[in-house]
Design a protein around this ligand. Structure first.
Ligand code: FES
Ligand code: FES
Length: 156
């Protein structure tokens, strides 16, 4: 390890990981280029689009804004950890066109599914406001998330 790097341990998709990171390294780059998890995408690189969304201790975050050293000791989950079945309601509702936004949308949708009590206070559009999509006009995404939440409640 050079003097410029920090050694950190954290949990990634349920497994313990130990790596050396640079002080200003972004979690998005660590995931994609050090750890080979290319599901999280770079869109804006400025915290505006949500394409890079991952879950940090159970909350959706923009991994382009998170310095990797800050995940030391924490729980990180990426789209690779989710069941492909989550995509089905989004596909069925036309919410996946070019796909640039899809990994982030799926991460946000999974979080809404797991926190559906929030839907008594916030709309799906409000909860997905951090995930931009150039293609779908959002109606497909909203319907897909509605269908996902409904299927989960039906299964409960
Ligand atoms: S790439 Fe992270 S929010 Fe756009
Ligand atoms: S499907 Fe193209 S940006 Fe969302």
């Amino acid at each position: 390890m050079s003097h410029d790097t920090m050694h950190i341990a954290f949990t990634l998709n349920g497994k313990a990981v130990e790596i050396d990171v640079l002080p200003h390294e972004r979690l998005l780059d660590t995931l994609r280029y050090t750890l080979g998890l290319t599901g999280a995408k770079e869109g804006c690189g400025e915290g505006e689009c949500g394409a890079c969304t991952v879950h940090l201790d159970g909350l959706p975050v923009n991994s382009c804004l998170v310095p990797t050293f800050q995940v030391r000791g924490r729980d990180v989950r990426t789209v690779e950890h989710l069941s492909p079945a989550l995509l089905a309601p989004l596909h069925e509702c036309g919410a996946t066109q070019c796909g640039a936004c899809t990994p982030g949308v799926v991460m946000a949708a999974a979080w809404i599914r797991d926190n559906s009590h929030l839907l008594s206070r916030f709309s799906i559009r409000e909860l997905m406001a951090g995930n931009l999509c150039r293609c779908t006009g959002y109606d497909g995404i909203v319907h897909g998330v509605e269908r996902l939440v409904a299927s989960e409640q039906g299964a409960a």
